[in-house]
Design a protein around this ligand. Structure first.
Ligand SMILES: NC(=O)c1ccc[n+]([C@@H]2O[C@H](COP(=O)([O-])OP(=O)(O)OC[C@H]3O[C@@H](n4cnc5c(N)ncnc54)[C@H](O)[C@@H]3O)[C@@H](O)[C@H]2O)c1
Ligand SMILES: [Zn+2]
Ligand SMILES: [Zn+2]
Length: 337
């Protein structure tokens, strides 16, 4: 089988490997489609502190069950499946408290261990979710980015009547807009690229703001009668925007941060305390596949809208060029096997 191996930062090659063997509680998946994510680019360039090289990356993938371990039940060879990349230990403090994605022994498929940029991959059976044959496998590969958005709303704990301000109209921003819509939460989206905002609008955002052309604070305060927004999700992840995000939060509001940068942000205690804000982080997803799959099966999410390019798996280097040379016109890039 062919696997895309990142041998060391900035060096990858297609390698012929032996098909992985299946342990008793594992499943071998014949990969059909895999999404390429910003974090794959970080692994490629040596900017992910969790990675040991060589590594097969890829944490957003769908496929067909090719082999089953002896102890696996509820799955059959030929089933269409998607794989939750979050592997947790089940017994540390976060796991005991229902916070699998904050596990002390967290292993992310495609980061800490080999992932979906391979014709076949072996994964724990507990991470494999069967999907209806009605969902094309290409759409199924997009479940993972929507679980990021689903997790954000779990962390934000919306109340009836809340609206959300979403920073960033990239892939994650667009999944947030769509999940907000499924949950009945109106959204305002901020970005610096009109083309990106147009997609958010098409997907149901009530208002879009280009912060290069408009004063975000003035527009948001006008839209909310001076109150601010009860829920804010930051999928632009620019550390210097945090003070503005704090100012735009409504009293008793919640802010969810998603960024992985270690550059510090300024935090004004006055804004947090006088409005008694809740600031939370969200990392990957906490068992959100079972929530998102039915949304896709029932046609509530427009998965096609977040994909801008498709390449054959063998054209991985073209996919990288697309993501890196044309970010303004690129959304999700997907690899077809
Ligand atoms: N915590 C998590 O689980 C998690 C998961 C996935 C992605 N992320 C993070 O979320 C972020 C977004 O990921 P993505 O895949 O959507 O990336 P993306 O590049 O597709 O989207 C980023 C968007 O932010 C916009 N942007 C840039 N500067 C801005 C500004 N000043 N104001 C408003 N918008 C601005 C860009 O135009 C772009 O549309 C990344 O930083 C990524 O690391 C976090
Ligand atoms: Zn991703
Ligand atoms: Zn654990």
């Amino acid at each position: 089988m062919k696997s895309l191996v990142i041998q060391k930062p900035n060096q990858f090659q297609m390698v012929d490997k032996v098909q992985p063997e299946c342990g008793a509680d594992e499943v071998v998946v014949k990969v059909a489609y895999a999404g390429v994510c910003g974090s794959d680019m970080h692994i490629l360039h040596g900017n992910n502190p969790f990675v040991v090289y060589p590594r097969i990356s890829g944490h957003e993938f769908s496929g067909v069950v090719a082999e089953l371990g002896n102890d696996v039940s509820g799955l059959a060879i030929g089933d269409h499946v998607v794989v939750d990349p979050v592997i947790n230990c089940g017994h540390c403090r976060p796991c005991r408290n229902g916070r699998a994605n904050s596990c002390l022994n967290l292993q992310v498929i495609g980061v800490h261990r080999d992932g979906g940029f391979s014709e076949y991959q072996v994964v724990p059976a507990g991470n494999v979710y069967p999907i209806s044959n009605k969902i094309p496998l290409k759409q199924a590969a997009l479940v993972e980015p929507y679980t990021i958005a689903a997790n954000v709303f779990e962390r934000l704990r919306p109340c009836d009547g809340d609206s959300v301000l979403i920073y960033g109209s990239g892939v994650i921003g667009l999944t947030l807009v769509q999940v907000a819509k499924v949950l009945g939460i109106p959204s305002i989206v901020v970005d610096i690229v009109d083309e990106k905002l147009a997609v958010a609008k098409q997907l149901g955002a009530e208002h879009v703001i280009n912060s290069k052309k408009q004063d975000v604070e003035a527009v948001v305060m006008e839209l909310t009668g001076g109150e601010g927004v009860p829920l804010i999700a930051d999928a632009a992840c620019i550390p210097s925007l945090v003070p503005q995000i704090l100012r735009l939060a409504a009293p008793a509001g919640s802010i969810c941060l998603l960024g992985f940068l270690s550059e510090p942000s300024e935090l004004m205690q006055m804004e947090v305390i006088k409005k008694e804000l809740t600031i939370v982080g969200s990392r990957l997803n906490n068992k959100m596949f079972a929530k998102v799959i039915p949304w896709i099966e029932s046609g509530q999410l427009n998965t096609e809208a977040i994909v801008s390019h498709e390449f054959a798996f063998s054209e991985f280097s073209e996919a990288v060029k697309q993501l890196e040379n044309s970010p303004e016109s690129t959304r999700k890039v997907i690899l077809a096997f």
